[in-house]
Design a protein around this ligand. Sequence first.
Ligand code: PMP
Length: 349
Amino acid sequence: MSAMYEKLAMPASGLRLHLNENTGGCSKAVLEALRGITSEDAALYPDYTEATAALAGRLGVPGSHVLLTNGLDEGIFAAALTTLRGGAPAEPFEAIVIAPGFDMFPGSSRRAGGRVVPVPLEADFAFPLEGVLAAITERTRIVFVTTPHNPTGLTVPRDAILRIAQENRGLLVFVDEAYIDFGGDTLVDTRVLDAHPNLVVGRTLSKAYGLAAIRAGALVATPDTLGPLRDSVPPYSINIAAVRAIPAALQDTAHHSWYLAEVRESKRLMYAALERLGIQYWPSDANFVFARFGDRAPEVTAGLHARGIYVRDRSSDPACAGCVRITTGVVAHTQACLAAIEEVLCGAR
Ligand code: PMP
């Protein structure tokens, strides 16, 4: 892949269930906060103190442990740049990524001059701890882990991540927790981070808080670990919209809880329908479900597309033949998607 990231088609209308976006929209409190931006605010370089404190407070860590980024994507790129640049052309530094996984990890690692070492998931998409440990060489500088994993939705055991960090103090273990609000075990805990200075956790407000277009993410680690990462992020990469949106989104706990409940119910409905249809799926800790439609996957994807519903066929990923990833957000959207799947698979009624 030459680009850092494959930007998928963005249909202006229809049901976008292919990018794990928040299908419920952000809190109204966010819109209110955005409306409060004055012309003077827009003219000044923004101050990050309040937004950083709000996120740190929510995460239960000191503000010094949080670096705001322009979406988690920027945090991933900053981590790749910090750890991988400067290797000899013949012997570049190495980044370990899990395959299948999120495109940004190999994309930004290559852009930073590193060599990508993919480690395949084990049978049934289990996390390949032994494979990761065996792939580490003296040139490895960073290991990218996602929990819950994208595209499978499976949680990576905390102990496995900590073992990689403990046994390899010389490299950075980057834990992408983009979907952690929906389930799984977070590593954001001051004691854990302080005991593992080579651990950095990535967070985003794109998913559970619906701020994907605002671009609001963060890296969480000890101040010393964040130092070089901070140096790889432009000083004003977070704009005033994100600065105002972050505290407003975090304060509206009712909206957040509502969306988490919608996702939980959507997954329950999705599992029940897939079981009825005899389709294999993996119980997910994220806001999407990964299911194996086998050789009917192209028909399902195309049939949904024809009905204005977009899902992500991951068949070309390693060991994912016939697998489709479907966002499970607002219950009414999931119901529409499930009705369309049944229509495609069982014929119109
Ligand atoms: N990490 C993972 C694992 C993701 O799936 C995504 C979004 N697809 C991101 C990070 C990007 O987050 P952000 O919108 O904050 O850049």
